[in-house]
Design a protein around this ligand. Sequence first.
Ligand SMILES: [Cu+2]
Length: 117
Amino acid sequence: MTIISHDDGTAPLPNNSPYSKVSGTVSGSELVDGKAVTTVNAQDISHTFTVPGINVNLPIPVAPTGGTVTVKATFKVSKSGTFDWQCEAPCGTGSTGWGGPMVTPDYMEGSINVTAQ
Ligand SMILES: [Cu+2]
């Protein structure tokens, strides 16, 4: 999977949040602009791509102003099904950051379908 983010705003996570750590990938890491990382500083996070049903979490760091950041990761899923994903960084609207896009399907939440090959 490749995620290209243009978002130069942060949505910091609490320190020691599990969502700042990469999980569920084949290598145990993700590539951020080509560099392998296993964690992103909680204060530098813009979004996450989190799929609890298959234990996948990809933290997405803030993009440089006017630029992009590219996150690449490979994961194998051993079961078929429909799995919900959600951004776990409070990037939305409202005082908590959990409104607006955070509760709008295909913005900061959605689902993926996995079928056996
Ligand atoms: Cu988000």
